[in-house]
Ligand binder design. Structure first.
Ligand SMILES: *Cc1c(COP(=O)(O)O)cnc(C)c1O
Length: 384
């Protein structure tokens, strides 16, 4: 990492490593007691009744689509300002992803546009808590309740976030988290869906285990070989040693969120007067947990485009990144779903302007100062 600051980075210490080693010395490497412990710990942390651990955030999205009953021809509404996996999960279930434009200030899904895109075939909505800021869940809940739709939160950026003092994890019918190394806490690869609905939880437990009604450990306890596969499913299980890492990481989450918010505050203060950039707006209802710190460039006040600024910052060792290329712009969606330029203009315009700055709990104050100084210097160099 010397000399280069990535936009995000995991933090694993000796305690975490010992927790994994302990499981490696035990009887269960997968589907053992640590899976349950991790599910309980995350569910409790976010205030949900059930947690279902799976092998990735993507698998969690897929399991949520399955639980929601998304199948052939069902339309699922989602914003394009997200990672491709959000839309892909709809396609896995042969649903039709319908892209809804975003608000230009918060870059979160626009509820007016959402309302407009509901049809008789709409089955569910996936809200994306982009960058770590929860969406306007009061509005989303109204719309989904009035139209009998399942509300799913892609909260891969938003573990620990709150909306009006209610935790992300309690605001939608199903809430999805990722434990990829760049996210708030990690299990290497991993994900979880939390829900208060016991039927959804049971369906997802079956789905992650080939569609088989009981798991290996339950059968061992019952002393039986017999099992029934009652629907198609996958091997989306998360191993016990990964869950041990997750439990250990979760203990640090609150402190890490504080640090992320502290870094974001430094950036807010440093860039408040900068005319060439506009930070993403944060609603007063949001407790933002800053998976990403995103700035929008004011291209009218700059010589050069986002790529110019991106390259100049990379040359300074600042690992800026772009989150995201709007999903409907990818060749796959253009070809198979006839999407393309003009479908979500606000997202397309935002895409031309956004940059994610480094933000992760292990960043030192010197790192933060280096980012601020470099960004200011580069913007000054290219000011129109
Ligand atoms: C990371 C991420 C995912 C996918 O999670 P994986 O664990 O990498 O499969 C899905 N949606 C969003 C918004 C993400 O940031």
């Amino acid at each position: 990492m010397k000399g280069f600051l990535p936009y995000g980075r995991h933090w694993v210490n000796d305690e975490d490593i010992q927790a994994v080693v302990n499981v490696l010395h035990s009887d269960w490497l997968t589907t053992g007691p640590m899976v349950e412990a991790f599910e309980k710990a995350v569910a409790e942390f976010v205030g949900a009744k059930y947690g279902v651990a799976v092998s990735s955030g993507t698998a969690a999205l897929h399991a949520a689509m399955y639980a929601a009953g998304v199948s052939q021809g069902d339309e699922v509404l989602l914003p394009p300002m997200t990672f491709v996996a959000t839309a892909n999960a709809v396609v896995f279930q042969r649903g039709l992803p319908v892209f809804v434009d975003i608000n230009p200030d918060t870059l979160l899904v626009d509820s007016a546009n959402l309302q407009d895109k509901i049809t008789a075939k709409t089955k569910a909505v996936i809200a994306v808590d982009y960058a770590g800021q929860p969406c306007d869940y009061d509005k989303l809940r109204d719309i989904t309740n009035n139209n009998n739709l399942v509300l799913i939160a892609d909260a891969c950026h938003a573990l620990g976030a709150k909306y009006k003092d209610k935790k992300v994890g309690t605001l939608a019918d199903l809430t999805v988290f990722s434990f990829h190394p760049v996210k708030h806490i990690t299990t290497g690869e991993g994900g979880m869906v939390v829900t208060d609905n016991p039927t959804f939880a049971e369906r997802m437990r079956r789905f992650r285990n080939h569609g088989i009604a009981t798991d290996h450990r339950q059968r061992a306890e019952l002393g039986t070989w017999y099992y029934e596969m009652i629907d198609i499913g996958y091997n989306y299980r998360l191993s016990d040693f990964q869950c041990a890492l997750g439990v250990s990481q979760l203990c640090k989450l609150s402190a890490w969120i504080d640090r992320r918010r502290e870094i974001a505050k430094c950036y807010d203060e440093a860039f408040g007067e900068e005319l060439t950039i506009k930070p993403v707006s944060v609603s007063e209802n949001a407790f933002h947990v800053y998976h990403l710190y995103v700035i929008q460039l004011d291209l009218n006040r700059l010589n050069g485009n986002r790529a110019t600024i991106f390259s100049a910052l990379r040359r300074e060792g600042i690992g800026v990144n772009v989150h995201y290329i709007p999903v409907h712009m990818h060749p796959y969606y253009r070809e198979h779903f006839k999407t393309g330029v003009g479908l979500c203009r606000v997202a397309e315009t935002a895409y031309e302007r956004i940059l994610s700055l480094p933000i992760f709990p292990a960043m030192t104050n010197e790192n933060v100062t280096k980012v601020i100084t470099s960004v200011k210097r580069v913007l000054e160099t290219y000011r129109a």
